[in-house]
Design a protein around this ligand. Sequence first.
Ligand code: HEC
Ligand code: HEC
Length: 239
Amino acid sequence: MKKHNLTKTFVGVLAAGLVAFSVTAPVQAEEESAIARGGQLYDKWFAVIGADKPKDTHKAWPSSNTKKKGNATWRCKACHGWDLRGADGAYAKGSYKTGIPGIRKFDGGDPADVIAVAKDATHGLGMIPDTDLADLALFVTKGQVDMTKYINADKSVNGDVAKGAAYYNTLCAGCHGKNGEKPKDMKKSLGKVVSGNPWEGLHKIMNGQPDEAMPALRALPMDIVIDTLAYTVTLPKKK
Ligand code: HEC
Ligand code: HEC
């Protein structure tokens, strides 16, 4: 190939790359953040949209469970679990036991079906604005993680603790402290929270904390997320 042809080819490839980048990358980036926001809505939608906390107990909350009441029963996670597996997962027992199924079947499903479920008579969540329901539906259909691959029933995490230490110290310690002792208003240490409920830990690491500046690591490769989680569960249980 002659030199000027090479240059032309190079410019052509570069241009094609730029076009591909400008067409695909921002869209993906936008979707990734919408999914993370959907994950926060799944966690505590009323905190994310700044709505009043529901006062009554949700009508779909079974009377057999008297341990939880009021706004706690309105969070998607309360009925369907941090692990998204409902009665088949961690909420098969404990204070959130309800017998309600998980949402794993909707993984890869149609977002419109999720919006319809949220507005149905069981859920009665039509007061959540459609734009927010759209993010929530993206999370349910495109953002689910099969947590059984990463977290075992005994709460152990299949990650590399040594690598996770470096990730934690650079990504999290600025806000949570090297020992998970911060922020001050957290009643329990981060190690206590996450070792007690690694499924919650994974959800928060991927999606962030509702109404807080905490980042969502969803855009990072899964091994970084899991290694970070594996280290976080080893942090001190006491503040
Ligand atoms: C108070 C409990 C409760 C809350 C809160 C709740 N759900 Fe549900 N959800 C249910 C029940 C009960 C069913 C099952 C209905 C049935 O058996 O057909 C269900 C079913 C579903 C299903 C269908 C699952 C399947 O496999 O058929 C999806 C999707 C779903 N809910 C999403 C959500 C989302 C998203 C939120 C938060 C905005 C939410 N739910 C909040 C009780 C709840
Ligand atoms: C910009 C600051 C910031 C960064 C960075 C940050 N977080 Fe957070 N995180 C917060 C705040 C603020 C809260 C809410 C604390 C509270 O409830 O008082 C929080 C809450 C949490 C919770 C939920 C605790 C609970 O009891 O509800 C977990 C788990 C968590 N963070 C883990 C992490 C991990 C792991 C990292 C690193 C990947 C991280 N965070 C990075 C600010 C941050």
